[in-house]
Design a protein around this ligand. Sequence first.
Ligand code: FAD
Length: 434
Amino acid sequence: MSKKVNIFWFRRDLRLDDNLGFYEALKSDLPVLPIFIFDTEILEHLPKDDARVTFIHQTLQTMRQTLQEDYNSSIAILHGKPEVIFKQLIEDYDIDTVYTNHDYEPYATQRDNTIKTFLEKHSIAFNTYKDQVIFEKNEVEKKDGNPYLVYTPYMRTWKEKFQAIELEIYYTKSHLDNLVCHSRLPNLSLSDIGFEKSNQEITDYEVTPTLIQTYEATRNFPAKDSTSRLGPHLRFGTVSIRKMVKKAIAEQNEIFWQELIWREFFMQILWHFPQTTTNAFKPKYDRIEWRNNEDEFKKWCEGKTGYPLVDAGMRQLNSTGFMHNRVRMLVGSFLCKHLLIDWRWGEAYFAEKLHDYDMASNVGNWQWVAGCGVDAAPYFRIFNPTTQIQKFDKNHDYLKQWVPEYQELTYPQPMVDHKMARERCLETYKTALT
Ligand code: FAD
């Protein structure tokens, strides 16, 4: 057995700098072996050409290269069930402590509990850190100790608490020489883990001072494509939330900053109410009699509803893995309210397609759209898919990009009449809720 090491386990924090758990591991007095596990429990649910798997793989290769070239070290890339992998690791190494960052999703919490128990049985410590949010779990709560269920007061308390802390950036550069010296740690290709390279790419993020300053004026117009594209990078940790919040504050833009707080709002909701991944936060809404027509769902998925803005959004999603937030709200409302299809079907479709898919934000926003979540849109607010074009794509630039045939005879008639669907929805919701 080799000499004693500490392990740092990368998960949704794929960066070498300003990564708190990694920083703490590097500062310890034992050499650090970095690892990443392609978890079969997660991979088995994904399409074989999943763009997110390609992105994770590429990011890890770049990180490995940096460590190999500059520090004669690397990252061990492993594949399997984390429990099985750790059983092997304790055979191969004399491990003192495993360091990692918190992950709040229900599966991750359960996995980490199992690993912690296993390691403790072998007298190995499991040290975890808050890294992907500024405030986690129950750090922002009401005075009576209950979680906030409404965004605005949550956001105000979040900001108050933020004023009281000194936001630190954890620079790792001067500690990276504490990595194990071994540049040939195991590696895997995409095909080794049963995947292939996706032909979709995860867009780089853009958080320039101009973007932040003009964010409020442009963020609602899908054709402008003027949002930050931070989503996947916050999801996989290729950017640090601390650095992004610092940037938002430096530009004094409350609106952009508040979007980042929405993310934490939904994270604390999922942490407090893990049952909302499958159940409506407001239980009465689980009484709604969804129509769940499969042919209609297929038309929605394929962007063939006959409502050009809905179709444009779905086609943007299918071909790029991204959809503008304004259009996400519309397509979600259309699915749940015009078609009366269960929000869970839409949530699952987005989970498969969105590059920025994040369970807390996806579930939270879908429940917002369907009306059944915390601080949700009232059920009688039903977006009109035609007037939304006037408001947000007046010159039809977005429509022309994604549904170029929208004025031709080949373009389908609306699959459902707006007025009829609106009344049917109100009636169905009312029946369930009263
Ligand atoms: P920007 O507008 O530049 O915002 C910056 C960041 O703020 C985002 O990257 C995100 O982290 C955060 N943010 C912004 N709006 C929201 C919001 N409403 N809720 C939570 N965080 C927000 N966002 C996801 O990150 N993952 C999802 O799976 C997801 N699913 C959604 C499903 C539906 C039905 C709807 C209506 C919205 C969903 N969103 C989701 C929220 C939002 O649409 C995206 O965060 C945003 O469009 C991503 O683009 P951007 O990174 O350019 O965002």
